[in-house]
Design a protein around this ligand. Structure first.
Ligand code: THU
Length: 165
């Protein structure tokens, strides 16, 4: 897990490992999540969330939360972005940045979104941000440890299940 302060609070320059996003690329992704947040449709919660998903082939696909008068039908920003990406043929991702209006807290993805993100691998990065651009970087595996994923469905099972199941 990496925590980086905003430029206004003094940038903490981190060592660059190969394959990781540059500070610039991260800030840009966060800005795209913040821009997506502007489109949030959240008349009920008034809690805006934006997400920006970076695909393996360097496309950025964004999403915002979309609520509904039938409250339980609302869609989170992260899930919206992932569904958009998959419907456009992208299933491999490098990172997702999440933005909200919470000043004091890094926006943390809900449990359902963690599982949705995990569907596409445990070894990619989630940037939880604040409006000032500071962020916390966590891997999918850190956000959802000991997770259940598509691999489990193809593992060895007990097959003598009684008929009533
Ligand atoms: N929300 C998201 O879009 N992503 C999250 O990870 C947390 C919650 C949205 C759902 C709802 O529209 C609003 O925030 C309040 O819960």
């Amino acid at each position: 897990m990496d925590r980086v302060e905003s430029s206004t609070a003094g940038v903490q320059v981190k060592e660059q490992s190969p394959g990781l996003l540059s500070q610039d690329a991260v800030q840009k992704l966060i800005q795209q999540a913040q821009a997506a947040k502007q489109q949030a449709y959240c008349p009920y919660s008034r809690f805006r969330v934006g997400a920006a998903l970076l695909t393996l082939d360097n496309r950025v696909i964004t999403g915002c939360n979309v609520e509904n008068a039938c409250y339980n039908l609302g869609v989170c920003a992260e899930r919206n972005a992932i569904a958009k990406a998959v419907s456009e043929g992208c299933r491999s991702f490098k990172a997702i940045a999440i933005a909200s209006d919470l000043q004091e807290q890094f926006i943390s993805p809900c449990g359902g979104c963690r599982q949705f993100i995990r569907e596409f691998g445990s070894d990619w990065d989630v940037y939880l941000s604040k409006p000032d651009g500071s962020y916390l970087k966590m891997s999918v595996d850190e956000l959802l440890p000991v997770s259940f994923g598509p691999e489990e469905l193809s593992m060895k099972k007990v097959l003598d299940i009684p008929n009533e199941y």
